[in-house]
Design a protein around this ligand. Sequence first.
Ligand code: SME
Length: 160
Amino acid sequence: MYDFAPTSGQTKAETYHDLVQAAGALIDGEPDPVANMANLAALMWQMLPTLNWAGFYRNVDGELVLGPFIGKPACIRIPFGAGVCGTAAATAHTQLVADVHAFPGHIACDGDSRSELVVPVIRDGKVIAVIDLDSPEMARFDEDDAQGIEQLAQTIAAAI
Ligand code: SME
């Protein structure tokens, strides 16, 4: 059994430090990418408050395809350049979206989502996946979240 409950009263930096450590422990020695993404989605869901969706889209032949996640069933295929996820994949840059309704081309998978953070996972210079976090709270994510998830993306890039 793994129990990675967040510690109350932590700063975001402390939470992300613990999250990245726990992620490293979960993927250590495990070569199966699906198993690793499934556990990492569960870990983000467990350790980060106020999410309604947490998971992965993978780069499959130049298109984003749904990977392991926690949340409501979601759109399966997203072209590079489309929506928040496709923009992160096409630009290889983190997308921090305070209000999804203000993002041109946002793809609404869960009507509850109000803000979103999408971070590309880059391996050997190529975007191999994106990490997608959605929240029902407006402006739920800030630069600390972006940096924390970027650190997670670096830590797991070889394991997914
Ligand atoms: N909102 C995303 C689509 C994926 S769902 O949020 C799970 C987007 O605009 O790319």
